[in-house]
Design a protein around this ligand. Structure first.
Ligand SMILES: Cc1cc2nc3c(=O)[nH]c(=O)nc-3n(C[C@H](O)[C@H](O)[C@H](O)COP(=O)(O)OP(=O)(O)OC[C@H]3O[C@@H](n4cnc5c(N)ncnc54)[C@H](O)[C@@H]3O)c2cc1C
Length: 315
């Protein structure tokens, strides 16, 4: 489809493409001779071809036509999120890059909140006021979209919670510009094990990226899998071009690979998303107990081994 990071990658890898922006797909159907597929857009125009890849986000329209409206629905994990990016005055901007210059996460012990703070764009290294910082704050349950219906209530809630974090998260969440506008994002899941081999569109239409496998961002695996989809799909389409496979065989091979990876990843990402909002569970997580470095892991395993040997000797 048109837009998105996964498509951008497919487009890049295919190198040959027809590009149209600003089109909203509203329906997908087989061509009258069933030898192709047609996407129809909100402006009344349409485009037909031999194969269609829906990369139209977690709330994919293409998915609805492939599996039906009911099965296409996402599961809402009731994990709610502010995801904003903005610039700050120079001094604050420099402060936000302390602790780590690129990325840091904070988990509040009482609020059940995760606060991810990262740098998004350094337009001019010598002018910190031009740097774009990203804040992603998530929590389980209330307040939900309907509880904070206007910008003033969302801003007040964000500032009040951020004030309870340590620096530099505190400054990031209390000193963002007055006119910053943002909503509450829901965290949703869609698992491709649903399958669509019984669809009339099977072999002519497939899904990639979040439309094929929506997952929480707390393990950072959504785009990684989208890029993997793009690489495998392009490889398969190359085989079709070279006459080594039929389009249907290539599509099946792509979907088998995509499903195999993502049905494993989704439950892990869901578990991680839940864990980072529960202080007690989080404190027992390996990455807290052992750290993120292989060295720390090796040392901890070594220590555990020695402790065990000492215990055996002592008994
Ligand atoms: C806070 C946060 C942090 C993240 N961090 C990471 C990370 O570290 N690593 C990682 O791998 N992933 C991460 N992700 C996930 C990653 O951002 C997504 O998996 C990725 O952006 C999905 O790309 P996509 O192209 O499939 O979908 P999208 O980026 O959602 O793009 C979909 C496109 O389709 C368009 N569209 C929608 N409907 C239609 C329609 N009907 N017709 C035509 N076009 C349509 C949209 O306008 C959009 O341009 C993170 C996500 C969040 C929210």
């Amino acid at each position: 489809m048109y837009g998105g990071k996964t498509l951008a990658c497919i487009r890049f890898l295919l190198t040959l493409y027809v590009q149209q922006y600003g089109k909203k797909c509203t329906s997908v159907s087989l061509t009258p001779d069933a030898a192709g597929v047609t996407a129809t857009f909100a402006d009344g125009s349409s485009a037909s071809g031999s194969f269609l890849v829906g990369c139209d986000s977690a709330n994919s329209v293409v998915r609805e036509f492939l599996v039906g409206k009911e099965k296409a629905k996402v599961e809402d994990l009731d994990i709610n999120m502010f995801n904003v990016s903005c610039a700050y005055p120079a001094e604050t901007s420099k402060l936000l890059r302390t602790k780590h210059p690129n990325f840091k996460n904070s988990y509040h012990p009482e609020l059940g909140m995760m606060y991810w703070l990262s740098i998004m764009d350094v337009k001019d290294p010598d002018r910190p006021e031009t740097w774009l910082h990203q804040s992603c704050v998530s929590w389980i349950g209330a307040p939900r979209v309907e509880d904070l219906p206007d910008q003033a209530s969302r801003t007040a809630f964000f500032r009040e919670r951020a004030a309870q974090f340590a620096e530099p998260w505190r400054s990031a969440g209390t000193k963002f510009p007055e006119n910053l506008s943002f909503g509450i994002d829901r965290t949703t899941v869609w698992d491709p094990s649903v399958g669509w081999s019984n669809s009339d569109l099977y072999g002519r239409v497939t899904l990639a990226g979040d439309s094929a496998h929506a997952m929480p961002p707390h393990r950072g695996q959504g785009l990684n899998n989208g890029l993997n989809d793009a690489a495998v799909l392009v490889e398969q389409l190359e085989a079709v071009k070279q006459g080594k496979k039929s389009l249907k065989e290539a599509c099946e091979a792509y979907e088998e690979d995509m499903r195999g990876r993502t049905v494993k990843e989704i439950p892990i990402s869901v578990a991680q998303a839940r864990m980072v909002h529960s202080w007690e569970t989080l404190m027992n997580a390996p990455f807290i107990k052992l750290g993120m470095h292989k060295q720390a892991e090796a040392e901890a395993l070594e220590k555990a081994k020695k402790d065990e040997e000492n215990n055996v000797e002592a008994t």
